[in-house]
Design a protein around this ligand. Structure first.
Ligand code: OFO
Length: 178
């Protein structure tokens, strides 16, 4: 049975993961509007991945006999000055999520909740990837500057992201590398 304190912290993390879904979906819409369809594709894959993150936490509470309670999501940003600003925001958002995961690790240790450790270790590793990927694109865009050719080349590169996981509501989807 999951302890009350770690359960409510993980429950809150579900909200952050769903907000991440919402952030990336909002960026998807922004890039579609700019006709940067490779970036839109990348963001849409990322939104899908965030929904899977939310469901991993959801199932963890459920599997340990807890009750999930969904919390309000905040209004997120819907427009950016330029692609670079959106990617910088994505990187900042991932750093925010990393801090939240670190806090979950802290609480689980304080509560001697060793059962959460494998799941939280997975998320710690995942955050290394998430920060690295968003920071890489932000840095590349900063180097490209106002070059339309450079932005289009990067857009084509990002169109190649392959995401094969099934429905985030299907636990079998979690077994696919994302
Ligand atoms: Fe972007 O990793 Fe979950 O939130």
């Amino acid at each position: 049975m999951i302890g009350e304190k770690i359960k409510s912290a993980i429950n809150e993390q579900i909200k952050y993961e769903l907000e991440s879904f919402y952030v990336y979906l909002s960026m998807t819409a922004y890039f579609h509007q700019l006709n940067l369809n490779g970036m839109a594709h990348w963001m849409r894959c990322q939104a899908h991945e965030e929904m899977i993150h939310a469901m991993k936490f959801y199932d963890h509470i459920l599997d340990r006999g807890g009750r999930v309670t969904l919390l309000d999501l905040k209004q997120i940003k819907t427009n950016w000055k330029a692609p670079l600003e959106a990617w910088k925001d994505a990187y900042e958002h991932e750093k925010f999520i990393t801090a939240k995961i670190n806090n979950l690790v802290k609480i689980s240790r304080e509560e001697n909740d060793y059962t959460s450790e494998p799941l939280l270790a997975w998320f710690l590793n995942e955050q290394i990837e998430e920060e690295k990927n968003t920071d890489k694109v932000a840095r590349e865009l900063a180097m490209i500057g106002d070059s339309q050719d450079g932005i289009l080349m990067l857009d084509r590169e990002l169109a190649a992201r392959i995401f094969t996981a099934g429905s985030p509501l299907d636990p079998a989807a979690y077994n696919v590398a994302v």
